[in-house]
Design a protein around this ligand. Structure first.
Ligand code: 13P
Length: 273
């Protein structure tokens, strides 16, 4: 090991430990039902103390433009999907070029509700998502990239879960840049069910994902990349989950539509301070 390489390793180690800044997102999904409710939801976002935690929120596509310039605390308006072709004859799609024009710098992709769990057909798969991620990065935007296993795999145990995480991550290992990608680990069985992963189970899976990234990308990437937990996260369970060393934040659905969202941001800010 050359002295330079050793120094870089040590710096990365410390960078990872010290500088993995927490990140909390609110995914509003296909809510609210009326634009008249947007100001109230944006107020919840603006109530968050972002001094020690990055915050983003994902309005429904119809509401993105309205929300794009309404935050006062740096919280990032983050669309829930994008295409991998840009503007043109792509009916019903959203292009990162249009997002950049709105002043946006981040987009979320790969949510299980767009991987077929939504029930109509798989709109995204591991390969199309990798193509999207590359497109997003080439456009100079950052990305929240969702992964997670269904209940049938969780029931087989941690090893099966991590095997599935490896399948989902394989097309993107080479694209994992901690400065432009946040991973959101959302076990499908915990989404919208009120069943949260226990802090121990969530930690074991996050650690397993980090180990996969260390093996198949690099140790430095694994140490620096942020991994959010999603699935029935709320103000009550956020403190215990936040205490886990490999949980760097949350992707919140239902509770992001409520004033308690700011308490989730406060919980992880306190735990990682
Ligand atoms: P809930 O917090 O409602 O379970 O949703 C999680 C989620 O899917 C966020 O993207």
């Amino acid at each position: 090991l050359s002295p330079q390489r050793w120094l870089v390793g040590v710096l990365h180690l410390f960078y990872g430990i010290i500088a993995r800044r927490p990140v909390v997102g609110g995914n509003w999904k296909c809510n609210p039902d009326s634009m008249s409710k947007l100001d109230g939801l944006i107020a919840n976002i603006n109530d968050c103390d972002t001094s020690q935690c990055d915050v983003y929120f994902c309005p429904s596509p119809l509401h993105v433009a309205y929300c794009s310039d309404k935050t006062t605390n740096g919280a990032k308006c983050t669309p829930q999907n994008c295409n991998f072709t840009g503007c043109g004859a792509y009916t019903g799609e959203m292009a990162v070029e249009q997002m950049k024009d709105l002043g946006l710098s981040q987009v979320l992709i790969g949510h299980s509700e767009r991987r077929g769990e939504f029930g109509i057909f798989p709109m995204d798969d591991n390969n199309s998502l990798a193509t999207k991620l590359k497109y997003i990065q080439d456009a100079g935007m950052s990305c929240v990239y969702c992964i997670g296993e269904p209940l049938s795999i969780r029931e087989k145990g941690l090893e099966a879960v991590l095997a599935e995480m490896h399948v989902q991550l394989t097309p993107i290992y080479s694209l994992l840049d901690p400065s432009s990608v946040v991973i959101a680990y959302e076990p499908v069985w915990a989404i919208g069910t009120g069943v949260t992963a226990t802090p121990e189970d969530a930690q074991a899976t996050h650690k397993g994902i980090r180990d996969l990234i260390a093996k198949h990308a690099s140790a430095e990437t694994a140490e620096a990349i942020r991994i959010q937990y999603g699935g029935s996260a709320n103000a009550a369970n956020a403190p215990d989950l936040s205490a886990q060393p490999d949980i760097d934040g949350f992707l919140v659905g239902g509770a992001s539509l409520k004033p308690e969202f700011k308490e989730i941001v406060a919980a992880i800010s306190k735990a990682k301070a």
